[in-house]
Design a protein around this ligand. Sequence first.
Ligand SMILES: Cc1ncc(COP(=O)(O)O)c(C=O)c1O
Length: 369
Amino acid sequence: MKLPRFGVEEWLNVNEKSAIYDIAGVSIKALTMEELFDLAGLDKEVFFAQLLKKKMDYGWIEGSPEFKTQVASLYKNMPVDNILQTNGATGATMLSLYALIEPEDHVISMYPTYQQLYDIPKSLGADVDLWEIEEDKNWLPDLDQLRRLIRPNTKMICINNANNPTGALMDAAYLEELVAIAKEVDAYIFSDEIYRSFDQPAPSIVDLYEKGIAVNSLSKTYSIPGIRVGWVASNTEVADILRDYRDYTMICAGVFDDMVATLVLENKETILKRNRQILEENLALMDAWIAKEPKASWIRPASVSTSFVKLDVNRPIEDFASELLQDYGVLVVPGNRFDKESHVRIGYCCDKDVLEKGLEKLSKFLNKY
Ligand SMILES: Cc1ncc(COP(=O)(O)O)c(C=O)c1O
């Protein structure tokens, strides 16, 4: 079945390169290779000497043992064999859904969020129920609503924790209730965990539930979207199913990408420290802006690099965002790209200067209303 257009990615693909102040992207400020070497305390000559000698064959098909060991250590009890490297979280999600979902399966997906989570199962012929996030519940979906949606034959519940675009976080207590509901019908919980909350990191779904499937990547929390590396962590049975499908969809993520990904993960503490600082400083700027901007309000994100800001503008939000870009060079993601009018997604973990100027110009534009 045909896939619909991918709202948020289409908007970014068209507009990203023409923005002067890009406060739409939700990666934490991407690292240059030089910054990565500095943070890792690694002499770049050593790295490049190794690279020059590396055969550009397919490399390690599932990711190098070093990579897989690093990833497994992010979870409580994850066998290294159950980690599969993918082309970003995008590839991990595509792989998992393509391998596990069949026509007429019942799937419940958090909505709105990253569009893959509902439109891929739909395209595979699944019967998809949307489990809506609610503004008056701090942008979380209601667990009682899930109890109403769940069926004896529900195959999978898909979540994005923390949520893109809102930055809302399901904490451990919430996740435990969710797991109890899924367990009753033996459903998988598929969780895209690409956004980490720095204040109170939520447990991974695979640490809570045997039938949890966790997807993650180096694109957001680890600031390296330019290498296309992500992964899936799951139980052995699921990993074996995915393994077979993976041969059809990707083979491997590439020798160079694996090298850089491993370097990032080996130095994750230092990188996360840098990123926590960016997040905290820029979140304080956002707090100050929201406090003084009468036309903007939000449900504050949970120390996550994405935020969803409500704007008091009496016109279609995409028209507003297009004019903002055209006249002021400021790029945000209009909420309609997530099926929510009156909001914009602001990725505030960009360069501080870009954020400050972007918000200043957004205020100028809002003043016209
Ligand atoms: C929730 C979510 N999942 C996956 C992705 C894509 O991640 P990757 O770059 O790892 O493919 C994004 C990117 O915006 C995202 O927001």
